[in-house]
Design a protein around this ligand. Structure first.
Ligand code: PLP
Length: 341
């Protein structure tokens, strides 16, 4: 934790991530796209078993779990979830048992995050639903907790509705404040920060931080899972729950950010040709790794907006690189058709 994390200073935190993550210029990517200068916020380098936007969140989530005396946590997401992998790593580091309810069959290729979950010692269960908002999920999590409790483990659920989402958004306020410091150090006033949107916690935290700090930088979320009409109200709700938790006077409304939902392709978890094009562009010009489910689709969305002429001038654009590299390996077979021979 940095001593300058003013906005989130009231919350307990356990050190897990490598922070601050770097803010790097991307001159070759900028030259190729021909628009404003592009910078990359390297949240993909946040450590904890391959980084991304989850290690920072786990600093807050695990601190809260430890404060409640938890010896185990259970959580749920897709079989290739980056959050689950980072949670498994955090649990291993802190001596907390981690149970993962994964949306999948368990018969998937042992690759990417699923492979890492096993390497990191998590206990895995599977559910056949593909819908993260399936109302049966809380019941299955309760069963998981009951089993751990029978084994003598005081267990806490990490699940987006409720405190987990609020703490996750608050953690991303810390990322926003960190970026604001880095902008000031380099005398940058970016026009916009782009990032991938799944649950929307990252956008919620960044928008709240910029609003609380009076930064004019616009946050643009590229949705990979849900249409804007679904996710915008959730982002507003989570940002304002975080504001309340942090005791900030600022409040967020739907006019404070933009969600571009034109880049979901075939849906969540399905690589798209545009995402693969963006992955190859980022790799070829800057030596960066993006994944086809989150950060590659988001980069594809930013590239599309630049090609549509939405952005001009000399004030920079920032791409918040939320990680996800294990997804590259998990999707190798689907990517083959679009990769150079
Ligand atoms: C690599 C990566 N990028 C972006 C996101 C989306 O972040 P959020 O859920 O905060 O919208 C996720 C979420 O799982 C992720 O794993």
């Amino acid at each position: 934790m940095s001593r300058s994390d003013r906005l989130t200073a009231s919350l307990a935190r356990v050190p897990l991530a490598q922070l601050p993550t770097p803010l790097e210029a991307a001159p070759r990517l900028s030259a190729e796209l021909g628009g404003p200068p592009i910078w990359i916020k390297r949240e993909d380098l946040s450590g904890l078993a391959l980084g991304g936007n989850k290690p920072r969140q786990l600093e807050f989530l695990m601190a809260a779990a430890l404060a409640d005396g938890a010896q185990a946590v259970v959580t749920t997401a897709a079989v290739q979830s980056n959050f689950c992998r980072a949670c498994a790593a955090a649990g291993a580091k802190l001596g907390i048992k981690v149970g993962l309810l994964l949306r999948g069959t368990g018969q998937e290729d042992l690759q990417g995050n699923y492979l890492l979950d096993k390497v990191l010692g998590a206990e895995l269960r599977f559910t056949d639903t593909q819908d993260p908002y399936d109302p049966r999920i809380p019941l299955w999590l309760d069963e998981f907790v009951a089993d751990f409790t029978l084994r003598g483990l005081k267990t806490q659920v990490l699940h987006l509705p409720g405190r987990t989402g609020t703490l996750g958004a608050a953690a991303m306020v810390c990322a926003g404040e960190e970026m604001a410091r880095q902008f000031a150090d380099r005398q940058l006033v970016p026009q916009a920060v782009f990032t991938a949107v799944g649950s929307g916690l990252t956008v919620a935290g960044l928008v709240l931080a910029f609003k609380a700090l009076g930064l004019p930088t616009r946050v643009i979320g590229i949705s990979v899972q849900r249409p804007a009409s679904f996710i915008v109200p959730l982002i507003v709700e989570r940002a304002n729950a975080a504001a309340q938790l942090l005791g900030l006077a600022a409040r967020v409304d739907a006019n404070d950010f933009d969600i571009d939902d034109r880049h979901m392709g075939g849906g969540y978890g399905v690589p798209s040709q545009d995402a693969v094009g963006a992955i190859l562009l980022g790799g070829r010009t800057e030596g960066l790794l993006f994944d086809p489910i989150y950060s590659g689709k988001a980069l594809g969305g930013m590239v599309a907006q630049l090609r549509e002429g939405c952005w001009s001038g000399s004030a920079p654009l920032v791409f918040f690189h939320s990680g996800g590299a294990p997804g590259l390996f998990a999707n190798a077979a689907q990517l083959t058709q679009w990769l150079p021979k």
